[in-house]
Design a protein around this ligand. Sequence first.
Ligand SMILES: *[C@@H]1O[C@H](CO)[C@@H](O)[C@H](O)[C@H]1NC(C)=O
Length: 352
Amino acid sequence: MLCYRGDVLLALFVCPLACLPVSPCPPGCCCPGPGFLVLCESLGLRSLPRSVPLGTSALSVARNRLCNVDHLLRAFSGLQELSLSHNLLARFPRGLPPSLESLLLQENRITYITSGALRQLRNLTRLHLEDNRIRAIQPGALLGLQQLRVLTLKGNQLTRLPANLPPSLTRLDLSENCISSLELPSLAALVNLQVLQINSNCLRTVPESTFDSLPRLRSVDLTDNLWACECDILYLYRWLLSGGLDVATDLVCKEPVHLAHRLLLDLSVVSICPRVLRPNDEASPRSSEDHIKQSPKYTPLLLFSFETVSFSGLSAIFKQLKPKLIGYISTLMSQLTERQSRCTYYEGGKND
Ligand SMILES: *[C@@H]1O[C@H](CO)[C@@H](O)[C@H](O)[C@H]1NC(C)=O
């Protein structure tokens, strides 16, 4: 549509240029907003078009064959939006104008982000870097971008959460990387974060209290990771059950082998972490009755187990069994204890 309008404008330029008090449009480009918006897309360009008016505030040279635009755009002192997406850039462009607010660099071949390249881009609010080959971001490289709201790094090769991201971020897309751990200090700094996408990564668990320091968070996607449904995942399990946010809850366990392909939230606490049943590491086996009676530590555990076991339909059972509740509880406890003793060997030497 825009290009059609551009063609119309281009046709106007065929008449004597002197008649038209507008900036000329570079050959082959579309200028739907002459002097303001210049679109030079899909032209097979290997270098920037020469005659882009200096006063342009939005320029797209997307879908070309640009390898390097370093320092070529510095003179565009009013340029606010720039798309260099779908090109062949092997590194983050140097010498971009500090007026930039939106920078689109998706689908290039960028491998690293170093601090120098972004230092002057203090007005940047949106930075799109998806579908590059980014393996690492120098810690703090983005910290100077104090207005940055949206950062997309989807589809790169990151193995860890970038350190020192700017606290102004409201939306962070890290999906389709292979991030294997969330460092708490890096995440906790993002006090304005509303949307976090970290689906399709290599997370096995998240640290205790990961999401507790993000007051604005309203949407999180954690699906399609390598979740290890073991004791360490109980924080995430409880956080998901606590609800409130827009979170996909269908997290599939990858490990341990006997729980592979199960949905995390279909499991009970005890099947995830048998050792929650064990008051301490006493070796002497006692009957389950004795355990319940003699160990005061079971009282809160009992309540907790019921709260979570009931997630998969126990409330219905409760209604039916109300009169026999006491009997039911002790039956359940002995079952759980049995299961625990069956599973204890699985844990092997991992007891702490
Ligand atoms: C950055 O944004 C502020 C506020 O909109 C503006 O006054 C300033 O001129 C901008 N800086 C540059 C280098 O364009």
